[in-house]
Design a protein around this ligand. Structure first.
Ligand SMILES: Cc1cc2nc3c(=O)[nH]c(=O)nc-3n(C[C@H](O)[C@H](O)[C@H](O)COP(=O)(O)OP(=O)(O)OC[C@H]3O[C@@H](n4cnc5c(N)ncnc54)[C@H](O)[C@@H]3O)c2cc1C
Ligand code: HEM
Length: 397
């Protein structure tokens, strides 16, 4: 696809990018937000501030440069980016903006080392990747629009009901204003809300927390201290409030067909990470599939959905639960206290380790589940996880 010259120029910049990758992407975002405020709404400022988004982009750019002569090896990383872009509504016209700012950032950070030849090679490489993403994202938009209940762009939903699930998490039941059917989704997927708060447009992803096939979408939102959207939802959004919503997307999906739908399933979550697992549990419990539902919370006050999960476990003999609290109150009755350890996890796994483990929670929780799962002999591809933010590297941590 590229000339040998382009390939060697790109490869030659890998060590420099390794050294300056985050500086380039940080500079890139500053440049882009200053000169193209119209794309700012797509990005989450907290992810900028924490550096996770700069690292995710730097990681992608580096991986791309390092694999420029064997791009097929990167194919596995693309679906997540495509789904994330499609969820947020990234469009072809945004790519030249990102491309121009990225090239300028490379030039400005590298200084004289960035020759015209190198910049031209990067321009060519960026365009190829952009073309690929644009085409794949259009496929997602077209498929979503073509399916029953589907749509393109945003659709108006009315909050039908609010339901507190814990001291911190409240569910919002969303029904389409147009009264038409809902697009089906796979448990694990998420919606994107497009809101105007304090005069600014913002976009946020929220996992679907109820089973598919209901006449509503349910999201369950944790109130974050100083959090713009979650505070607005908790404080201002009421039954009747209309929200603009992008169609369900996401690569973190319950594989309901695994071993004829009977492969044991472990759902391990911490804190608000419980939301997609609730959708998975609601969908899988009636199928008879053996399920271990593990949830780690600080204490009973912030443990969401406990009554519902207990009810499902009473109703379906295939569902067993394990609650772990690290700061229990005197009145709490968890099954274990402290953190989720490898020993506790081991007791939830079948002896042959033929199991699907889906997990999500704070990063230390995810690192613990990932490491323990591998140490206990679960195959890497059976350890599936989502991040409530840009992808991070659990293995390297
Ligand atoms: C795929 C996916 C699914 C998700 N599902 C859920 C879900 O089911 N439920 C749920 O509750 N959340 C979910 N999230 C997280 C959600 O999208 C939001 O990130 C979350 O609600 C916080 O948004 P916010 O606007 O309230 O907070 P933000 O305003 O984004 O702030 C978050 C935190 O960062 C701090 N902060 C903000 N800006 C800055 C800054 N400039 N500098 C330093 N600190 C800053 C804030 O004080 C706050 O503590 C999901 C995220 C993803 C990616
Ligand atoms: C070739 C070009 C691009 C590449 C390689 C790229 C790569 C990435 C990667 C790796 C992520 C992190 C995904 C994750 O969380 O796992 C991401 C997220 C994102 N991308 Fe892109 N991207 C490109 C173009 C664009 C464009 C044109 C836009 C439009 C403005 C855009 C907007 C976003 C947004 C908003 C996010 C989520 C940011 C957040 O969480 O705050 N990207 N992209």
């Amino acid at each position: 696809m590229f000339t040998p010259k382009t390939i060697s120029l790109i490869q030659a910049t890998v060590p420099v990018l390794q050294q300056h990758g985050e500086a380039i992407t940080t500079h890139f975002y500053q440049l882009m937000f200053r000169e193209h405020p119209e794309v700012k709404a797509f990005f989450n400022e907290a992810h900028q501030a924490s550096g996770t988004q700069a690292r995710a982009l730097a990681g992608a750019v580096l991986a791309y440069a390092a694999h420029i002569d064997r791009l097929d090896e990167l194919a596995g990383a693309l679906p997540r980016i495509i789904q994330k872009h499609a969820a947020l509504g990234v469009l072809p016209e945004h790519y030249p903006i990102v491309g121009a700012c990225l090239l300028r950032a490379i030039r400005e950070v590298l200084g004289e080392a960035a020759t015209d030849e190198i910049i031209a090679a990067w321009g060519e490489a960026y365009q190829a990747l952009a073309d690929l993403l644009i085409a794949a994202e259009e496929e997602v938009y077209a498929a979503n629009a073509a399916r029953t209940g589907g749509w393109r762009g945003t659709r108006d939903f009315r909050i039908a009901r609010r339901q507190p699930e814990s001291d911190l998490i409240t569910s919002f039941y969303l029904e389409p204003v147009d009264g038409r059917p809902l697009l089906d989704f796979v448990p694990g997927q998420y919606l994107t809300l497009v809101l105007h708060i304090e005069g600014e447009e913002v976009r946020r992803n929220y996992s679907l927390s109820d089973a598919p096939g209901k006449p509503w979408y349910r999201i369950s939102v944790k109130r974050e201290d100083g959090g713009l959207v979650s505070s607005w939802l908790h404080g201002q959004a009421q039954p009747g409030t209309v929200l603009r919503v992008q169609a369900p997307c996401g690569e973190f999906r319950l594989d309901a067909a695994a071993n004829d739908g009977q492969r044991p399933l472990v759902l391990a979550t911490g804190g608000v990470g419980i939301t997609p697992a609730m959708s998975m549990l609601e969908a899988a419990a009636p199928t008879g599939r053996p399920i271990r539902f593990i949830h780690a919370a600080r204490h009973g006050g912030v443990h969401a959905f406990r009554a519902r999960v207990d009810a499902l476990a009473r109703q379906h003999g295939n569902v067993e639960v394990l609650y772990v609290y690290d700061q229990p109150r005197p009145q709490d009755q968890p099954h274990a206290t402290g953190l989720l350890t490898q020993e506790l996890l081991a007791r939830q796994l079948p002896a042959d380790r033929d199991v699907d483990v889906y997990f999500l929670g704070p990063k230390p929780f995810m690192q613990a589940v990932y490491r323990s799962g591998l140490a206990l002999g679960v195959a890497r591809e059976r350890l599936r996880y989502e991040f409530f933010g840009p992808l991070e590297d659990l293995a390297a941590a």
